[in-house]
Each structure stands twice: as structure tokens, then as C-alpha cells.
Design a protein around this ligand. Structure first.
Ligand code: SF4
Length: 389
């Protein structure tokens, strides 16, 4: 399928935004994960060649695209060899201007954070790491089928600091049956004691078609009670507050001044390119496209023309809902002025519900803004669905 250049993008305007590169391989499947990946890591070389091809093809999508962020996600980008990462970065630098680049993030698993790899990534201009720790409890890591241990995590963070990374995220999962409140507090305290600048903390959820989903249906896994989940969320909020961190999104926390710019680009509605199987692109106005979530099919599609297998024209309703969904998760919340382009009726429709939510302490409203309280954050999905059309 071919993407028609939107009028706004095909002019002479310099176009800012981000590039996401999906590396669709993992050493093994974590029980909770529903991202697109394959464990057939012997195909990495062929996949990198395909990604290079897609980066080159993507040049024609926007005119004068000068990305401000690049994000290598997955899957597990750190499974790539140094030569493969070099190939991707060299291609990106050849095809796109780097004059506006502020942030290049690379996701890595702890076992791959070796001094050789870290130094190599740094030498290529990668200036932000995201380490998938998830936990510092060996039992929990084992139950989730992670490939690393607590010790590997500790070493990975020390290696990253030694390599000179000053901007890095660690991922944690909370609300599992394998982590007590005390252990959760210890994990957060440990993170604050290091020069870690960003924490992405996710509540464990049972996603369809995952091992955890299967285990739940078989009665092998029992999710924690809502009260327990709420207490761990409260611990998270309190710890962030005590340490004066910026709780800028439901799952994202940082030292002041270290917000993830790439996510910010998404939330601002800026254009982005998605490279690799399952990746999405957006023109920043009204069209989104996606690549097939199958490695062999993705490579075949690229051979036959291009990798975009679905293109969606976003309606005003879609854009209204997306704004509600993304904005309400952030600390800035919904700005009423940003709803102006949309049909008044859509927002008015939820007026009574919003009043109720304010009375019951789920949302706050001041001047132009509406945002979630901590109690509201606990049931954010429900609140968001109530405000959407
Ligand atoms: S959580 Fe990360 S490492 Fe685990 S399967 Fe998913 S993408 Fe791979």
C-alpha cells in the first residue's frame, strides 16, 4: 500500500517528529508479554537488511523530515551485534538529517549490557538507555521467564554508569504475586540511590494470548487483588513524591528535566515513522499506517514494494478519543482548549459523569485543565472510556 503525502507534509516545511525502529527478536518469551517478537534470532542479519531497506524507502513519506528522537525498541534491540546496530545507525544518518536530534534511545536487556556493547552504542551517538530490569527479585524474574537475575541487573546498571550513560530508564513491573510491598519499596529505593534518571513502572496485566493468560485460564496463575495492586501503586506514587521525581505519566517517572522526549512526541501528536514488523507510522494529521506483525511476511512485503499493510484514515472521533486517551494519562491532563476543533457535543455528553468524578475525587479540574487524582489513576481505563465518544 502506498501512503499519500499529506498536503501539510509535502510542502517545504521542515517536519519534526520521531523514528521508531522495532527489533522483533527476544531470547525467550516473557510470560506477560504481548509485543511482537520471534525467538528465531538466527534471522537477525536478514531482518537488519530488511530494516535498512525500509529506512531507505521511508525517505519519501515526509518531505524534509528532521527527527528529534529515535527509539530502538522491541523485542530486544540489544540482541543485535555491534555491526548490525552500526548498519542501522549508518543508514539512518545517511537518509535523515540529524541536525535536530536530541534523543536516541536503545532498549536493552540486562544480560546484554556488557562494557563492549555499551561503549559501542555510545560511540554511535545513542544517548539514552532503557534497561528492562522488571524486578530485582530472582523468584519473580524466574516466574516471569525473564532471562536475567537480580545480580545481572545490578551489574548492568553499574556497567551503564561506567560507560558514561547519564540519561537512562529502568523498567519495573509491580502488582505481581511474587513481590511484597517491602521488596517493592527496596527496588525503588535502590533505583533512587543510583544515577538512574527515569523509571517506567507497569502494573502487571494479563494480556490476551500470553502465557500468563493461559496460566490464568488454567488456574495456575492468580492475579493479585485490586487492593494489593492499589497499595503498590500508592507506594510508587509516595516514593516519587518523597524523592521529588516528576510523575509525568501513569507509567512514566523521572528526575526533573529527564522526561522521555520520544514519548512526548507521540503525546504531542507529532509525525513519526515506524520501521520494522508491527511498527506504526503517523503523518501528524489524519493518517496512520502499520506494518504486518510477522517477520517473514514483513520481509516478503518489503521485497514486493513496501511494508505498510494497513492504512487508516483517522476520523475526528478517532482523534478526539486518542487525545482523551493519551492526555488523561499525563500529569498535564486534558486541555480544554485542545478540544476546540472537535464537535462540542462529544465533550458536553460526559459533563454529568465528569461532575460525579470530581465529587468522588477521581479527577480534578482547574481553569483549562482536567487531570486524574491518584485514585483516578487506579481506574484510568474506566475513566478514559467514560469520556470517549
Ligand atoms: S518483555 Fe521484552 S524481552 Fe520479554 S518477551 Fe516481551 S519484548 Fe521480549
Amino acid at each position: 500500500m502506498t501512503i499519500e503525502k499529506n498536503a501539510k507534509q509535502s510542502g517545504d516545511l521542515c517536519c519534526m517528529g520521531g523514528i521508531y525502529i522495532h527489533i522483533p527478536f527476544c531470547a525467550q518469551a516473557c510470560t506477560y508479554c504481548n509485543f511482537h517478537f520471534s525467538t528465531q534470532i538466527q534471522h537477525r542479519g536478514a531482518m537488519v537488511d530488511a530494516l535498512v531497506k525500509e529506512i531507505i524507502q521511508s525517505e519519501t513519506i515526509f518531505t524534509d523530515f528532521k527527527p528529534s528522537t529515535i527509539y530502538f525498541g522491541g523485542g530486544t534491540p540489544s540482541l543485535l551485534t555491534n555491526e548490525q546496530v552500526t548498519k542501522l545507525m549508518t543508514t539512518l544518518k545517511t537518509v535523515y538529517s540529524f541536525e535536530n536530534i536530541q534523543e536516541i534511545t536503545f532498549e536493552c536487556n540486562p544480560e546484554d549490557a556488557t562494557p563492549i556493547k555499551l561503549n559501542h552504542w555510545k560511540s554511535l551517538g545513542i544517548n539514552r538507555l532503557s534497561i528492562g530490569l522488571q524486578s530485582l527479585q530472582d523468584l519473580e524474574l524466574k516466574e516471569m521467564n525473564r532471562t536475567h537475575s537480580r545480580l545481572t541487573s545490578l551489574v548492568a546498571v553499574e556497567n551503564a554508569l561506567d560507560a558514561g550513560f547519564t540519561n537512562f530508564n529502568v523498567d519495573f513491573i509491580y502488582g505481581t504475586p511474587w513481590k511484597s510491598h517491602e521488596q517493592w519499596i527496596d527496588e525503588l529505593d535502590w533505583a533512587f540511590s543510583k544515577n538512574i534518571t527515569h523509571i517506567a513502572a507497569y502494573a502487571l496485566t494479563v494480556e490476551p494470548k500470553t502465557v500468563l493468560d493461559y496460566q490464568t485460564r488454567k488456574g495456575v496463575f492468580n492475579p493479585v487483588a485490586d487492593v494489593f495492586m492499589g497499595e503498590q501503586f500508592e507506594i510508587l506514587q509516595n516514593k516519587m513524591h518523597e524523592n521529588s521525581w516528576d510523575a509525568y505519566e501513569i507509567s512514566n517517572y523521572c528526575k526533573p528535566g529527564h522526561r522521555a522526549l520520544h514519548n512526548g512526541n507521540y503525546w504531542e501528536g507529532l509525525p513519526y515513522l515506524g520501521i520494522g514488523p508491527s511498527a506504526h507510522g503517523y503523518d501528524g494529521i489524519s493518517q496512520r499506517w502499520s506494518n504486518i506483525a510477522n517477520n517473514a511476511e514483513y520481509m516478503r512485503c518489503l521485497e514486493n514494494g513496501n511494508a505498510h499493510t494497513s492504512i487508516e484514515d483517522l476520523s475526528d472521533e478517532n482523534r478526539f478519543n486518542e487525545y482523551i486517551m493519551t492526555a488523561l494519562r499525563t500529569s498535564e491532563g486534558i486541555k480544554m482548549s485542545k478540544l476546540k476543533p472537535f464537535n462540542d457535543k462529544w465533550w458536553s455528553k460526559s459533563a454529568n459523569k465528569r461532575e460525579n468524578m470530581i465529587e468522588t475525587g477521581l479527577i480534578l479540574q482547574q481553569n483549562d485543565r482536567i487531570w486524574l487524582t491518584n485514585n483516578g489513576k487506579l481506574i484510568s481505563d474506566y475513566i478514559i472510556s467514560e469520556l470517549m465518544v
